[in-house]
Design a protein around this ligand. Structure first.
Ligand code: HEM
Length: 507
């Protein structure tokens, strides 16, 4: 009983002390900003910054659950008018969000920004340290990937016909030439997992085969653990530096099971004849040249699996999501594909060939733009720096960014804004790319020293599957009419799937 007042007193004094430190720091930051000629960016969601911004955090978590976070984020800019850079106050963190291409370009190019704790730490229990999670200053996990995925090597990667055939075989066609109602989204995830596992560990995990109904129709254990672990990781990332608050025994056990599965793949490759697979480059063989440490090998390969499999499947899913809703685009694309590639199966990721079919590029780019595969990228200021603009009443003044500020790059909001894309920004129009030069307002692969290492490879995977599906089917019909939903696990997928039926081509 007598302890209670003392404990309460200690808590109140602790909070008062924290608040005093915070206010003193804020004063110092303000003074520094003035001395640098900077002005603050406007505060978004200002009505809910009380209670340490908990109402904002809650609305983000709720929007995540309702699969509409990208739209909510865009609205937080729109509510302030023609504003492209805002401050947000959540849990006492300094957060700046921007959809201004000038700022986005600056952030990607400047060495003053690195990945933040959400990416470098929150993901650690599942995928460990590797190309995706390691800070720029730590051991170089990226250079070998860059050389390994150089253009000439990527062109030698073969998308084995078995991967494509599994997908095509899982789509059954009725007597009228139409398939039954199918959700393409999970098929694309199995497909990219099989390709990614082959290039990473030299052996496909054959998830497509396991998903065939006659073989049980279920996900393999590695896939189950990876998917549920990633969903949990996405929740951790919402809490920025307080990611560690979101944890559970279930999550840790999923991580352990995933690691066990990956260790078996690593051992399998190390104990096999490296000439198996022939010309096909295998990323693990490259990593083994610099380390034999099993945990390192597991982590580095898992980082790459995450980087390759999910964004490529998400982009494929969104491409067909939009094609299904635009049958004329589908028909035009099919003609362009038949003109460029005929009906011959595409097996090598021949980038030069893909680029020769401009309309195919435009359709993929447009799906990428409008659905923003990574709706929200992030960075963290590792030293004091000024953003070129966003400050002051008209947004033209530089904004002071103190070391330790979280930066959110709002790709979805930027890639759909009429100021950068015209009044039809919300519409899927591949033709808009015909005469368009790409600027920072389209940065779907991030940029700078932490930019994506496989954009061409990723597009080639998407292009190769799109080609084969359109060679095989001459019509598509959308069978899902709910409002669009974004299921986010770092990248975004359609929360309603990609539910369609396809018509078998008889030409
Ligand atoms: C269409 C598919 C893909 C999309 C949409 C995509 C998108 C992205 C994005 C937005 C990032 C974050 C970049 C940043 O923070 O600036 C990223 C990082 C990365 N991507 Fe991709 N990616 C795709 C395919 C691939 C492929 C095929 C690889 C093959 C290795 C790959 C390797 C990586 C790696 C290693 C990183 C981490 C780079 C770093 O943090 O330094 N990605 N990707």
């Amino acid at each position: 009983m007598t302890l209670l007042p003392a404990v309460l007193g200690a808590i109140v004094s602790g909070i008062a002390l924290q608040l005093t430190f915070y206010l003193l720091k804020q004063r110092r930051v303000n003074a520094q900003a003035v001395s640098r000629g900077c002005q603050p960016a406007p505060v978004a969601d200002s009505a809910s910054i009380w209670l340490f911004g908990l109402p904002i955090l809650w609305s983000m978590i709720k929007a995540d659950r309702d699969q509409c976070r990208p739209q909510l984020f865009a609205k937080s800019f729109d509510d302030l008018g023609r504003v492209h850079t805002v401050r947000k106050a959540i849990l006492g963190f300094r957060i700046l969000a921007t959809r201004d291409p000038v700022n986005v370009k600056f952030i990607y190019q400047s060495p003053s920004f690195d990945i933040g704790p959400a990416r470098s730490q929150a993901l650690m229990p599942l995928i460990g340290l590797g190309a995706f999670t390691a800070k720029s200053t730590s051991k170089n996990y990226r250079s070998f990937v860059r050389s390994h995925l150089s253009l000439d090597k990527v062109s030698r990667i073969e998308v084995r016909q078995t991967h494509i055939q599994y997908l095509l075989q899982s789509i059954s066609i009725g007597e009228d030439g139409w398939t039954t109602k199918i959700d393409l989204a999970p098929l694309f995830f199995h497909f990219t997992l099989d390709i990614a596992s082959e290039i990473v560990w030299g052996k496909s995990v054959d998830s497509q085969a396991a998903a065939v109904p006659s073989r049980g129709g279920s996900k393999i254990l590695l896939e189950q653990c990876f998917d549920s672990g990633k969903s949990f990781m996405a929740k951790r990332c919402n809490f920025l530096s307080l990611y560690w608050l979101v944890d559970s025994f279930g999550f840790r056990s999923v991580c352990a099971q995933l690691h066990h599965e990956v260790d078996k793949l690593v051992e399998g490759r190390l104990n096999s004849d490296p000439s198996i697979g022939g010309e096909q480059p295998v990323i693990l063989d490259e990593i083994v040249k610099s380390t034999q440490n099993r945990v390192d090998l597991r982590n580095q390969t898992l980082n790459l699996l995450m980087a390759i499999r999910d964004p490529a499947a998400a982009l494929l899913g969104w491409t067909f999501y939009h094609l299904a809703r635009h049958p004329k685009v589908f028909a035009k694309l099919r003609m362009a594909i038949l003109e460029s590639f005929g009906k011959e199966p595409i097996t090598m990721l021949d980038l030069a060939k893909f680029h020769s079919c401009a309309y195919l590029q435009h359709c993929i780019q447009e799906a990428h733009r409008i659905s923003a595969i990574v709706p929200l990228n992030e960075r963290f200021a590792v030293q004091d720096i000024d953003l070129p603009r966003g400050g002051g009443l008209d947004g033209t003044k530089p904004v002071f960014v103190p070391k330790g500020t979280h930066i959110l790059i709002a790709n979805y909001a930027m890639q759909r804004h009429p100021e950068f894309w015209g009044s039809d920004a919300d519409l899927f129009i591949p033709e808009r790319w015909e005469r368009r030069k790409v600027g920072a307002e389209y940065s779907p692969f991030g940029g700078g020293q932490r930019g994506c290492l496989g954009p061409k490879f990723g597009h080639a995977i998407v292009a190769s599957m799109t080609i084969q599906l359109l060679q095989r089917f001459d019509s598509i019909e959308n069978l899902e009419f709910a409002p669009v939903r974004y299921r986010e696990t770092f990248e975004s997928h359609s929360g309603n799937g990609v539910v369609v039926r396809l018509h078998n081509a008889d030409d």
